[in-house]
Design a binder for this molecule. Structure first.
Ligand code: ATP
Ligand code: MG
Length: 319
């Protein structure tokens, strides 16, 4: 059986984009693979967050994973820092890459521009070495992620291959798996940038899975569109409308063609109402389950401990 892995950083409240890029595809396929899903708390340290908030975010994500359908009888759900083999192998991966290639990584260049007061750039710089370790440690071959992580998975392949060439066949090489619809969900207010959970607090362009659904409705109704007045998918010329089409397709399991056909006679206001109704209904269903899981912190911590014990069996052997 092949292995599948993915993760989310505890850098803020989970967005609908994180659900679409990293969680949905994973949950749908979890029984087809040896499955691992983790909270990337060490990666999260590249973004400064108050430590107490990180602890809270970790439990939120654990409950969110459960609410989204992670089955811990099948899937190891754990916290990255509970399996320190990630760091050990991450260090070894540093010997498989050059300063030049790491400094050309898109995420490094972009995030370096916006470092906050308590943030340094070294962690960002070596991000790809730790991410390679996260995946190679488990011989994972399937990695469901959003399009923003494609380059990191390609680097993971490179580092693993270089290591294999020098030291013998040690690691299986992964493939990214990017969703057909919603690979890059854009910010509702500025559809030229991706939706991100570590965006400013109260960002009107970011849909949080835990926002009050009336707030989500308002955000969708205020989404940036264009002046043409026709609903159809055209990412390049109609990024705002195309983004909303992606959202409704994902929550309703529709294809883009089906949506183009169904909404072609809608005006933007009616279309937004339709998107808001469907997205809110979908998120509300997940929220109801979330609050049930979130109310039992002891259980959430037990889940993470059990998941780490399971993950460590593979990780320590491989290391
Ligand atoms: P941060 O701003 O802290 O980096 P993020 O929203 O980018 O937050 P990550 O924890 O870095 O979230 O990524 C978690 C998963 O969500 C990854 O699989 C990533 O590819 C996916 N993802 C992030 N943003 C988007 C997006 N806009 N569209 C689709 N998938 C996304
Ligand atoms: Mg990110």
């Amino acid at each position: 059986m092949k292995t599948m892995i993915t993760g989310v950083r505890p850098t803020g409240s989970i967005t609908l984009a994180n659900y679409i890029g990293g969680i949905k595809g994973f949950v749908e396929q979890q029984y087809n693979y040896n499955s691992l899903i983790f909270i990337a708390d060490i990666h999260g340290l590249t973004t400064y967050i108050d430590p107490q908030e990180i602890r809270n975010n970790i439990l939120d994500i654990t409950a969110m994973y459960m609410a989204c359908g992670i089955d811990i009888n099948n899937t190891a759900l754990f916290m990255q820092s509970d399996v320190l083999e990630h760091c050990n192998l991450g260090f070894l991966m540093a010997f498989q890459c050059s300063v030049g290639e790491l400094s050309r990584m898109t995420q490094f260049k972009a995030k370096k521009q916006s470092l906050g007061k308590n943030e340094k750039d070294m962690g960002l710089f070596i991000y790809p070495t730790l991410m390679a370790a996260d995946i190679l440690l488990y011989d994972a071959q399937i990695v469901p992620v959003g399009a923003d992580q494609r380059q990191h998975i390609e680097k993971t392949r490179d580092f693993g291959e270089r290591f294999n060439n020098i030291y013998g066949n040690t690691f299986k090489l992964p493939d990214y798996q990017i969703p057909k619809i919603g690979a890059r969900i854009m910010n509702l207010q500025d559809p030229s940038i991706k939706m991100s959970k570590s965006a400013l607090k109260d960002d009107k362009g970011t849909i949080l899975m835990l926002d009050d659904i009336e707030i989500t409705r308002k955000k969708i109704m205020a989404a940036c569109t264009d002046s043409e007045g026709k609903v159809y998918y055209d990412e390049e010329n109609k990024p705002g409308i195309s983004n909303l089409i992606s959202l409704i397709c994902v929550v309703n399991n529709m294809t883009i063609e089906e949506a183009n056909k169904k909404y072609k006679d809608y005006n933007y206001k009616d279309f937004k109402i339709e998107v808001a109704d469907n997205v809110c209904k979908f998120i509300k269903g997940i929220q109801d389950k979330f609050y049930q899981y979130r109310s039992d912190e002891i259980r959430l911590k037990e889940i993470l401990t059990a998941g780490a014990n399971k993950a460590r069996i593979y990780a320590s052997k491989k290391l």
